[in-house]
Write a protein that binds this ligand. Sequence first.
Ligand SMILES: O=C(O)CCC(=O)C(=O)O
Length: 210
Amino acid sequence: MSEKIDLGQRAWLEYIIDWLPSAEADNILSVLSEELTWVERSIIARGKVVQQPRLMAWAGELPYLYSGQVLEPQPMHPLLNELGERLSDHYGIAFNHVVANLYRDGRDRVGFHADDEPELGYEPLIASLSLGVSRRFVLKHKYKSRRKNINLKHGSLLMMGGACQHRWYHGLPANPAIVLPRINLTYRSLRGAPGWRAPREEDPRKRHRG
Ligand SMILES: O=C(O)CCC(=O)C(=O)O
């Protein structure tokens, strides 16, 4: 079942609750929990070095500048590769990078941010797969007091497209009542290494002005 959500101003979401059959999602959750190399990374937040409140893994042939850190190229686990190929075939774009987040329980979270790195191009398509316990995903408009909540279920796919990353932040707040883990796989199509810039002709604001 697929639901398309128009956020206005050329920003949209598509939520496919049953992208993965439940038995397959169970298997992927268990294999990736065991076989990915999960790391706890430090980041600089408000001038201080702090541990990220979740574990991470990533893969792709290009380095990716993410949350102020460079994620160096890493080989893709065959299962991550297969899931990425299915997304690429379906959406007709090459998803060549994945960040995996392991939220050990409801205390783990990700703060509000946008996937708006220039290396993703002007209006990137971001594919986010959820495995494990359901968690509330929150979108917050960058300039208006608008919010949108989505309960991301086991085996679901959330696509963020159009101007979503330019107009909205997204995050996954803590919920200490949750005791079970969740894995999120966020696939992106990286156009180049850090420093790469899309040609100006690709700017949709320019194209829409004709
Ligand atoms: O866990 C999620 O659903 C969101 C992850 C996310 O926003 C990210 O990795 O950039």
